[in-house]
Ligand binder design. Structure first.
Ligand SMILES: [Zn+2]
Length: 356
């Protein structure tokens, strides 16, 4: 994740310098072994230096599926789901009263309780709808906003208990990493910075030093970019130059050039949480319309961060719906991401949704 010094340029010219093109020449058995050439765009993220390789023709590759295990086909009937209303009180854990009086945090229809299998000293699960919804497009902005508000309260608990750093994540569906299907956020509060959030904040400071520009403000205000999608309140939505996943979209808190940037979820007003949730619902609506029913989301939030260089942002990416993984040799060991869609092209579908 090294910053490339060559990336020192204005936002609008990034597309020209952060990329190289490779051509793969192949004698194709499907056309009598005639020669074909495939173009691969190798893109470097201007902030983090992460790399993706985009080859549109890979979308057409044949995919064989291993026999699907019965367990993957079965959805736990709601009567067995610990997150459904009839079970949640007796089957989910509670925080000790000195951390959370009453044991669980509630906001509207959302409930947040400890993860029974934690990855941090403070690791919560936020069930943001009482309904056992398995269809991405059925989720409502009100439900997501309740969930985000619940997570904010959890992060405040972390702040007052020596764990000021946090991450809000979302795995929707088993292929996105959810072990229980009932929609829920994952939240971690930790005494140490979450690594990716730390890298973003550091790279943002470096970017400001080297270019004199706030990376996030430049991205959010560049509405002429082919990757610009639209706005929901104070959030600007864009497709990243070098996505880290399929059909990835980012929402960026935009201080609108007023010097009122925000770096953390904790700073958001209720209305801003609502507009963040509305943006997320638009994004997942478009993904759902394209047949996607599994997503990951991460919120990059830095409490008491440097608003001169950093802005609160959220990233959402599609995950495969079948048992074919989108994380393979290149992603696991190559440190790069293989993709099949150009952000300049898929951003059009999202743009239409944000206009409506
Ligand atoms: Zn359920």
């Amino acid at each position: 994740m090294k910053m490339k010094m060559k990336m020192k340029m204005k936002t609008k010219t990034k597309t020209k310098t952060g990329m190289s093109v490779e051509h793969a020449r192949v004698l194709d058995p499907r056309s009598g072994f005639s020669e074909r050439s495939y173009e691969v765009e190798v893109r470097v993220d201007p902030l983090t230096g992460s790399i993706c390789r985009i080859n549109k023709s890979r979308a057409m590759r044949p995919k064989q599926q291993a026999p699907v295990q019965q367990a993957q086909r079965c959805e736990a009937p709601p009567s067995r789901c610990p997150f459904c209303p009839e079970n949640i009180e007796k089957e989910t854990p509670q925080f000790p009263a000195d951390l959370v009086p009453g044991g669980r945090i509630r906001c509207g229809g959302a409930v947040l309780f400890p993860n029974l299998f934690p990855l941090a000293g403070l690791h919560g699960v936020c069930v943001f709808t009482p309904q056992h919804k398995l269809d991405l497009r059925s989720l409502l902005a009100r439900e997501l906003a309740d969930g985000i508000n619940c997570c904010k309260s959890f992060f405040e608990v972390g702040q007052s208990h020596g764990s000021p750093h946090h991450l809000l994540g979302w795995n929707f569906s088993s292929s996105a990493g959810a072990s229980l299907l009932h929609p829920h956020f994952q939240v971690i509060a930790s005494s140490r910075e979450i690594e990716a959030v730390r890298l973003y904040a550091e790279a943002s400071e470096r970017y400001l030093r080297e270019t004199g520009e706030n990376y996030w403000a430049a991205l959010a205000s560049d509405s002429s970019s082919p990757r610009y999608i639209g706005r929901s309140g104070r959030f600007a939505w864009v497709a990243p130059w070098a996505p880290v996943g399929s059909l990835e979209v980012m929402g960026i808190y935009d201080g609108n050039g007023t010097g009122t940037g925000k770096t953390s979820l904790l700073e958001l007003t209720e209305a801003e949480v609502d507009s963040l949730a509305e943006g997320i619902v638009k994004v997942i609506g478009v993904l759902s319309g394209q047949g996607v029913n599994a997503v990951n989301m991460g919120v990059f939030s830095v409490p008491d961060g440097d608003a001169e260089s950093f802005s609160l942002s959220v990233r959402i990416t599609a995950r495969p719906g079948s048992n074919i993984s989108d994380r393979a040799f290149l992603e696991i060991y190559g440190g790069e991401i293989g993709l099949t869609s150009l952000p300049e092209e898929y951003s059009k579908d999202f743009r239409a949704a944000f206009r409506g």
